[in-house]
Each structure stands twice: as C-alpha cells, then as structure tokens.
Design a binder for this molecule. Structure first.
Ligand code: DGJ
Length: 388
C-alpha cells in the first residue's frame, strides 16, 4: 500500500506537470498547415478569421466549428484567442454566441462566416462584422451581421443584420446600370449560381438589389491610416466585389461604395496597405474547394484596381498542393505585424467541410517587390524572415 501511495505521489508530482507542459508548450515558430494547439493543447477553433491588435495584444476571431458536416453551420458562434507573440494563443472563449431564440437572425444553425473586428477610437467600441446566412435559407440571404462590445474579447452583442447599401448607387455606376431598374421585374423568381458562369452577367443584379440592399457574402474589413473603415465583400451573386465606406462609428454605412472586378467572381478578400498602396489577396469562387489565389493592387482604395495574378509559390508537403490550389487554402486576412516595419502575414484556411472542426491554418509571410507581392510556402518559419 505504502509503495502504491509513493508511486501515486511520484506520478502526480512528475507526470502531471509534464502533461501540463505539453499542453502549454511554448512555440517559437509557425508551422503552416499543421494542427495548432492553443494554451490548453486544443487545436485553435477560429476559422475564416481575422486578427486585431489592441494595446499590445493580438485578438484572433474566427468561426467556431463543430465536428462533421454540421460544423459548416454556426452552433456556437465566434471564438476568440489572444496572443502577444502570434505563435502562442490563449483561449479567450466565445466572443459572440449564436442565439437560442429561433426568431433571432443569428439563431443556432444559421451560417456565420468570416467574422472581423475593428476598434473605433471615437466610440471606444469594438465592432464586429460578419457574413450571415439566415437559418435554413442556404446561401440566399447574403447578409452582413454587426455586433458590438466594450471589451476586445467580448462578449459581443448582436446589433442587427442587413443587406448593405440599400438605395445607393456605386460611385462607378453607369447610366445603363441605372436604367436597368425598369427591367428588374423580369428577374422575379430567377435563381443564379453562386460560382462563375456566363448567365449571371446577362442580368442587372446590381439594379435588382438597389432598393433592398446588395448581396454580401465573403467579407473583410479594412481601417485606413485616416481612421476610415471599409467593408469589402463578394456581391451580386458572388460575381463582383464591393468596397463600401462604413459610418464614422463603424456600425453602419456611409453611403459610398465602388464595384470592382466585375464578373470575375473573387471571394475571400483580404487587404493591407504597404508603401501608400492597397494590396489585396482574393480567391476564385469554388465553394469549399481550393483554387488559385489572386492578387491585386491600387493607388486608391476606390480604384482602379489592377489584377496581378497568383502570388503563391512552392508546395505544401502535407497535402502536396502548390500555387494552383493555394496550398489547399483560401485567404482570410492580411495581418500587419506590430513593431516591425513592412511585415505582413497572409492568413489562409484549409477547409475541411466533411469534418469542419479539422480545418487547419496556413500563415505565411508576404514579400513585396516593386509592383507585386509573393507568398512562398515554408514548412516552418519565424519573425526573423522579416529581418532579411
Ligand atoms: C467559400 C467561402 O470563401 C467560404 O467562406 C464559404 O462561404 C464557402 N465558400 C461555402 O461554400
């Protein structure tokens, strides 16, 4: 008995700390495409995410997925993790919870994707925008959700959902597009494929949605140096991107937007500013399946935007996928690294739609050249790459 007790004491004294150490193992590098444990040793659950820096702490917000195909719908909400070095992430819990109320726009079982959070200095509020699909409507609702919090990790309170920019024409609208308002009755009951096709461009989708608001699916937010914030989203049946100015409090619309890459079906927009120019990564539009990434640049956020081609280089050894399929991933965010000049990380998701919780993350450094940028695969890397 005595020996057993001693063995028990030995086990608890030596092995328990060892197990905890494994869970808390500190990382000093990124391992793209691999399971990424949080401070509890659990794979980070923040898909389609974005990272916000506030007072020296990074906050990673993303879709909390559950196991199986059910995980493609929202059963929990938006998960938040915190970090000070970007390698090691602490679970900060659910920042925005889906609602138990069947009448809520964000009721459990809705689709809630690509949440992004920005801080408004004037109101001192943290503002979250996300792509929202109402429960049991597939991807037809194409709405944007807004939630607010007084503290960065939440809890966030759902404010409303909307179809953006109702009753407003884009700054680059043509007379022909406006005149199409008289033809929209012809579109009643017609459905469109959300992926590239030759039919959609024949119809005046912009005019169709003029009165009730434009469709908004894959999205991102971007705050410029002057504090103005923009909502970038796949609109018009996914065929065309919109960049739209938010109100001063970031909670609604300012009533000014531009259409870009008409009928090019860009998804997954992620934006940054480098040397005074705006740089964007997007994807093609193929559902959960990977495709070739795209890149573009503009001198003004209002355009003109110029497409630059696929920025990816190299091979992901874990799935043997290269640039033609973005290493198996899809863009979600560009993260400026604090305290390092011109250091940006491109964040991608490798989706796992059959078992959504198993999706992994690919974070890679961006290399800027004069008129383009590249994103080269690395099995493992750390911040020293920005010193070269
Ligand atoms: C691609 C988008 O980028 C994802 O966020 C998600 O909406 C899937 N399509 C759904 O098929």
């Amino acid at each position: 008995m005595k020996i057993n007790a001693n063995i028990f004491v030995l086990f608890s004294a030596v092995l328990t700390p060892l197990c905890l150490m494994a869970a808390h193992e500190q990382r000093a590098q990124f391992l793209p495409g691999q399971v990424w444990p949080d401070n509890k040793g659990v794979h980070i659950n923040a898909h389609g995410g974005g990272v916000m820096l506030h007072e020296g702490v990074y906050y990673w917000f993303g879709e909390h997925k559950i196991a199986g195909e059910a995980g493609n719908n929202a059963h929990v909400g938006v998960h938040c993790y915190t970090s000070t070095d970007l390698y090691n992430w602490k679970d900060a819990g659910v920042a925005l919870a889906v609602s138990e109320d069947p009448a809520s726009d964000i009721t459990k079982g809705c689709i809630l994707e690509r949440p992004k959070v920005i801080y408004n200095k004037k109101t001192k509020k943290f503002v979250m925008w996300f792509h929202l699909e109402l429960k049991s409507m597939g991807y037809n609702a194409a709405r944007s959700g807004v939630a607010l919090s007084d503290s960065p990790a939440g809890p966030y309170k759902f404010l409303r959902s909307l179809r953006p920019d109702a009753g407003v024409w884009p700054v680059n609208v043509t007379e022909e597009q406006k005149a199409a308002l008289k033809d929209i009755d012809k579109l009643k009951g017609k459905s469109f494929s959300g992926g590239p096709n030759s039919e959609t461009p024949k119809y005046p989708i912009l005019a169709r949605d003029f009165t009730d608001g434009q469709m908004a699916r894959d999205m991102n937010l971007f705050v410029d140096d002057d504090g103005k914030a923009y909502h970038i989203f796949a609109s018009e049946e996914n065929s065309t991107l919109h960049i739209s100015l938010l109100s001063d409090d970031y909670q609604s619309r300012a009533g000014k937007y531009v259409r870009l890459f008409e009928h090019r079906w860009h998804e997954a927009p992620a934006l940054c500013k480098y040397k005074g120019r705006y740089w964007m990564i997007t994807s093609d539009c193929t559902g959960w399946n990977p495709n070739a990434a795209r890149s573009s640049v503009a001198d003004s956020i209002w355009g003109p935007w110029k497409e630059l081609g696929n920025p990816c280089v190299g091979l992901n050894p874990h799935n043997k996928l290269g640039p033609e399929l973005t290493f198996g991933g899809q863009s979600t965010c560009i993260l400026p690294v604090a305290g390092r000049k011109d250091a940006f990380i491109a964040m991608f998701d490798i989706w796992c739609p059959k078992d959504a919780i198993k999706g992994v993350y690919v974070w890679l450094p961006i290399s800027f050249e004069q008129d383009r940028f590249t994103i080269t695969w690395r099995d493992a890397w750390d911040m020293s790459v920005f010193e070269k």
